[in-house]
Design a protein around this ligand. Structure first.
Ligand SMILES: NC(=O)c1ccc[n+]([C@@H]2O[C@H](COP(=O)([O-])OP(=O)(O)OC[C@H]3O[C@@H](n4cnc5c(N)ncnc54)[C@H](O)[C@@H]3O)[C@@H](O)[C@H]2O)c1
Length: 330
């Protein structure tokens, strides 16, 4: 099966490319390397050869050439900007890359009859849910441009699928992802990433002298934000399950992807100190604009309708894998 992966040199995309190659799929990766690393995915050529093209999604003519050259059977679309706070400061950057570029990609997908589309969406589309676990049919009410940029892309897919019965999508709404591949081959490469676990491991390995907690006055048990952290390999395997689901001829679906367990920022930091045995400096800073208090996934639908079976549902293990990776890329 020939699959186009956009943003495949990035953190999550590279883990999915690895699993696709291990399954024997033919993979074409495009990435403009603005955040991704070619070196990281180059190592995957040892598993199976694949084509890498350094291309920006906004280069529509070149992108269309790719659709003419290859007969893609599916697209997995990761390429996007991902920082909530940055999206509040520079919203148009997010609408251009995450929304306009996605619309162009979906348009080519429809034009060239690529009828299976898997899209990286986010819990940010829910905004500030009341409380408890979030289900897929919860109200969509994003509170930042990042979430809105993704919500609009979701609607493009839903509307296209309503008008074209051949076209099928799976939208995966990720919650928080962390960790690195268990064989040590891949991990979070981007040094300025804003992910909590990444920053904690950078602090443990002395790449930072301290880290911040952004707000300790949220309406949560210890005042810090609560998130649902999933190991990157379990998140990656959800894409392979989504692909199998689409290959079975099933209808378009939206799935949350998470473990359904919420940990506060303070709890994650405590766990990072515990598993590393390193005490490090943490300071309380102001809240960041755009951060909801609590996001925890209800992923029952994904577990029930696909063959997805997560393997690494353990915060300590997630942090250990991230730390091993951070030590490796010293
Ligand atoms: N990391 C998370 O916690 C998280 C949570 C929810 C959703 N997501 C979504 O998952 C997807 C992947 O996130 P990630 O954490 O791997 O981020 P990432 O930044 O590591 O990966 C994104 C990749 O896309 C590439 N890219 C960006 N714009 C591009 C463009 N115009 N043309 C070509 N390539 C481009 C970047 O170079 C990068 O390699 C994103 O769509 C993001 O919105 C991530």
């Amino acid at each position: 099966m020939k699959i186009l992966v956009t943003g495949g040199a990035g953190y999550i995309g590279s883990h999915v490319v690895k699993q696709l190659l291990e399954k024997g799929c033919e993979v074409v990766v495009i990435d403009n390397l603005s955040k991704g690393s070619f070196k990281a995915i180059e190592s995957l050529k040892g598993i199976k050869k694949f084509e890498f093209i350094n291309l920006d999604l906004e280069e529509i003519t070149k992108l269309e050439e790719l659709f003419k050259k290859h007969k893609f059977e599916a697209i997995i679309h990761f390429a996007a900007f991902i920082e909530v706070f940055e999206s509040t400061q520079n919203p148009l950057k997010y609408y251009l890359n995450n929304t306009t570029n996605t619309l162009n990609l979906i348009t080519l997908s429809a034009k060239y009859g690529v009828n299976k589309f898997i899209f990286s969406s986010t819990a940010a589309v829910y905004g500030e849910p009341d409380s408890g676990e979030i289900k897929e049919d919860s109200l969509l009410n994003p509170i930042n441009p990042y979430g809105r940029s993704k919500m609009m892309s979701e609607w493009f897919l839903r509307d296209l699928a309503s008008s074209d019965e051949e076209f099928k999508f799976v939208i995966l709404r990720y919650f928080n992802v962390a960790g690195a591949s268990m064989d040590g081959l891949l991990g979070q490469n981007y040094p300025n990433a804003t992910h909590l676990v990444k920053i904690a491991t950078q602090t443990i390995t002395k790449k930072r002298d301290k880290m911040s907690i952004f707000g300790d006055d949220y309406p949560t048990k210890d005042g810090t934000c609560i998130r649902d952290y999933i190991h990157v390999e379990d998140l990656a395997s959800a894409h392979l399950s989504a692909l199998e689901y689409l290959n079975s001829g099933a209808k378009s679906e939206i799935f949350n992807v998470g473990y359904g367990k919420g940990f506060s920022v303070k709890e994650v930091i405590e766990k990072a100190k515990e598993v590393s045995g390193v005490d490090f400096k943490v300071e309380i800073s102001d809240r960041r604009e755009g951060d909801p208090a609590c996001l925890v996934a209800n992923s029952t639908k994904l577990r029930n309708l696909t063959n997805w079976t997560p393997k690494y549902d353990d915060l300590g293990l997630i942090i250990k894998s991230a730390l091993k990776w951070e030590e490796k890329i010293k």
